[in-house]
Ligand binder design. Structure first.
Ligand SMILES: *Cc1c(COP(=O)(O)O)cnc(C)c1O
Length: 416
């Protein structure tokens, strides 16, 4: 599954002791396994080999340039959602011809930057945006390829903040409007409307909502075909769920087996946009216990790591397993204690885990918050004027600093 394992009662990332890294670099500290990133990328590549898709890794899951570069070198394209992500993608050496750009609110400046950078496709989320891209392309004397992001109106069983393919979500264009756009595509003189896109949400563990959404879109594309309109690109988005605790997500093979029969009815090139599936299990966040507080009916382990470093528990009530770095985890025997693992931020929502069992925690212990590789550092903030953490990338028995800890001067560098 991943490359974080105990050896002689110590947690390792590949062949490097996480405790040693925590002492060397300090905490909070993100530790990533290069091998896990690449293994997950290859799993999708293998599963979909028969349709030779472009796999556009979703930059927002983990945007560190070193990680983007690792994937880009293996042939990955990138899925971006802002001008800032385009900047990172280009810094990482991504080919613009493998960059696709979704977002409901692309600004004029961002659209111009992306057109000038020759990206492969915009995933367009409204008629107004389509008109804007056409107008800007005309001003730049360019022709731009775009895909229409269709909102298939399906419910994905996941947290309500991360479903995106239902008609009540802000994403995509309803299927009837999308059809009108294709039928009237010649009116957009500087656009090549040549693709369809969908992305129905995130952390989806079951193939059914994907199948329902893709079936709808295949029918849509077939219908366009019968009217003489060819759709060159068919982008099925991301959203594949991973294991945080007891989930049993479909594997890449199962996912491919369920949807390849649908995709094979098309003549289009396939694009995938996995984020969490590639990055989620590839990283941990290491925290240090500062204080143990025993209140009536409750034990708190107060750590130096908080919601600003990893917001998922606070934002989505997401569960992350929390393991001791320098001893075997609790396995149901021996004397145990339960702790809420909380950070220093002045919010009651600032916790990493609740009622977690340990054999006993002490000041100075390191804890690893597992499966923090996706939507971890990329969602980190400076709330409470906390510098953002360090990031280290492990490859075999080597560990490389990829993002240094922010300093207090970094906190105020944009202030005038
Ligand atoms: C966030 C996002 C993804 C990636 O989602 P995951 O659940 O991390 O796979 C893919 N496509 C689009 C358009 C996105 O916004």
């Amino acid at each position: 599954m991943h490359d974080f394992k105990y050896k002689r009662n110590e947690l390792y990332c590949e062949s490097v002791s996480i405790g040693r890294l925590a002492k060397k670099y300090g905490t909070p500290l993100y530790v990533y396994s290069r091998k896990t990133f690449l293994d997950h990328y290859r799993k999708l590549e293998d599963a979909f080999r028969s349709v030779r898709p472009i796999i556009c890794y979703s930059v927002k899951a983990n945007s560190s340039i070193a990680i983007l570069r690792t994937l880009v070198k293996k042939g990955a394209g990138l899925d971006i959602v802002s001008g800032g992500e385009l900047f990172r993608a280009l810094k990482a050496g991504a080919s613009p011809r493998k960059i696709v750009y979704a977002s409901v609110g692309k600004t004029e400046q961002e659209i111009e930057y992306a057109i000038k950078s020759n990206i492969l496709l915009f995933n367009v989320e409204s008629l107004a945006e389509l008109c804007a891209i056409d107008r800007i392309a005309r001003r730049l004397r360019k022709r731009q390829s775009v895909a229409i992001r269709v909102n298939p109106n399906v419910r994905a069983k996941t947290h309500r903040y991360i479903t995106t393919g239902h008609k009540q979500n802000k994403f995509g264009i309803d299927i009837d409007t999308a059809r009108d756009i294709f039928l009237n595509r010649r009116e957009f003189r500087n656009l090549d409307i040549s693709g369809v896109h969908l992305h129905i949400g995130s952390q989806i563990v079951d193939a059914k909502p994907f199948i329902r959404a893709i079936e709808k879109l295949v029918r849509f594309v077939k219908d366009l075909g019968s009217r003489g309109i060819q759709v060159k690109w068919f982008n099925i988005g991301g959203g594949l769920g991973i294991i945080y605790s007891g989930e049993r997500p479909q594997t890449a093979q199962e996912y491919a087996k369920a949807i390849l029969p649908l995709l094979k009815r098309l003549d289009s090139r396939i694009i995938l946009e996995p984020g969490r599936f590639i990055a989620g299990n590839a990283g941990v966040l290491v925290a240090k216990v500062l204080y143990i507080k025993e209140a009536p009916g409750k034990n708190f382990a107060i750590v130096d790591t908080a919601m600003n470093d990893l917001v998922r528990p606070s934002l989505y009530e997401a569960f992350h397993e929390i393991l001791p770095v320098a001893s075997k985890p609790y396995k149901g025997s021996g004397k145990i204690r339960k702790y809420d693992i909380v950070g220093p931020v002045c919010e009651s929502g600032d916790f990493l885990g609740k009622d977690r069992k340990f054999i006993g925690l002490n000041h100075g212990d390191f804890l690893a918050v597992m499966s923090a590789g996706a939507y971890g550092y990329s969602m980190a903030s400076n709330y409470n004027s906390r510098p953002r953490p360090t990031e280290v990338l492990v490859e075999g028995n080597r560990a490389r600093l990829i993002t240094r800890r922010e300093t207090y001067s970094d906190l105020i560098r944009a202030e005038v």
